[in-house]
Design a protein around this ligand. Structure first.
Ligand code: PMP
Length: 353
């Protein structure tokens, strides 16, 4: 007799992260190149000495530090084992099988995966001609089964953003009982100019159905330790804490995240160099003839259509690992000048074929 498993998961793809090999330049996962600051490494070592004990399930120190930084109460924060877990927990907290989760597409691959794992239905609304979230088409796609909406801002993998006014119009159009998750994993890299820069955190008072998702994996450089957080109305946070897997944020990760917040200025200052490189790389790629939408994240998107996979394969052969999306395009992480130059050299060679 064979074991009985859920047949609706039979065709679910297994998530395969970008492969790498020794000596290759890895520009596939939107990480930073630098390791932990000395103060963060020291906090990790200190926390490691106590790993015979379970971690603080309430993440009291981390939640307190975040609340202070963001000027909210601890009751408005839930930490998670990476923001990917919070995406999943939000779906668990809002959806029963058959309910709908709405998001733009192409976007972060966890949204459809986690939706299907929960037995809910992903509703994917194509991006607009500029590869950005099409909020009017999304508003039109809402049904009485819609329970959760993801807005990835900036969008992974295209790097595009939705502006404050467009988001406000959308929030006003959506029924207030639908939870709207604004995924700000890359917010630290946004440079729209002082009058245009914003975070959905500012809109939470007016729209208590907003959940803002953030992570320590990108600008803060803790991808390997897995820490993210959600900021939302205390009622939503209570629901998230109910579905939270006990002890899923380990004690080393908690201490490291607090140490990162203490070194906030130094870590965030490093995003400036990436932004400068992003502008340079995007301009050079466009000069070479590539279609590259305006990115506000630490990566750029090359709209390559059917060439995406062969392009990424040839790039890997040239020693630079990037992330292909079959039939669509490639996403290339922007890091330091020498690494970006290695990719640009390959891109120039490919363009001259
Ligand atoms: N949201 C987006 C848009 C992302 O790109 C990622 C990471 N690729 C995440 C969330 C998850 O980040 P983490 O689980 O590492 O916090």
């Amino acid at each position: 007799m064979t074991v009985r498993l859920r047949p609706d998961l039979d065709d679910l793809p297994v998530y395969v992260p970008g492969k790498t090999h020794p000596g290759a330049i890895k520009l596939a996962s939107n990480e930073v190149t630098f390791g932990p600051l000395p103060s963060v490494a020291a906090a990790i070592a200190e926390a490691a000495a106590g790993i015979n004990r379970y971690p603080d399930n309430a993440t009291t120190e981390l939640t307190g530090a975040l609340a202070k930084k963001l000027d909210v109460t601890p009751a408005e924060i839930q930490a998670g084992c990476g923001s990917v877990t919070l995406c999943q927990n939000l779906i668990t907290a809002t959806c029963r099988p058959g309910d709908e989760v709405l998001f733009g597409w192409r976007s972060f691959e966890t949204y459809p995966l986690a939706t299907r794992i929960a037995g809910a239905t992903p509703v994917q609304v194509p991006l607009d001609a500029e590869q950005a979230y099409d909020l009017s088409a999304m508003a039109a796609a809402i049904t009485d089964r819609t329970r959760l909406i993801f807005i990835c801002n900036p969008n992974n993998p295209t790097g595009t953003v939705v502006g404050r006014e467009a988001l406000l119009a959308f929030l006003r159009a959506v029924p207030g009982d639908i939870v709207i998750a604004i995924d700000e994993a890359y917010v630290e890299y946004v440079r729209l100019g002082d009058s245009q820069n914003y975070s959905a955190l500012e809109l939470r008072r007016e729209f208590p159905n907003i959940v803002v998702l953030r992570t320590f994996s990108k600008a803060y450089g803790l991808a390997g330790l897995r820490v993210g957080y959600a900021v939302a109305d205390p009622r939503v946070i209570t629901a998230l804490s109910r579905v939270h897997l006990p002890f899923s944020i380990n004690s080393v990760a908690q201490r490291a995240a607090v140490a990162c917040l203490e070194a906030d200025d130094e870590l965030l200052a490093r995003t400036d160099a990436v932004v400068t490189e992003r502008i340079r790389a995007a301009a050079e790629l466009r000069t070479l003839g590539y279609r590259v939408p305006e990115s506000q994240a630490n990566f750029v998107w090359l709209d390559l259509g059917a060439d995406a996979v062969p392009f990424a394969r040839a790039s890997a052969e040239a020693g630079v690992i990037i992330r292909p999306f079959d039939g669509d395009g490639v996403r290339v992480t922007i890091t330091e000048r020498n690494e970006n130059d290695a990719f640009l050299a390959f891109a120039a060679q490919w363009a001259r074929r």
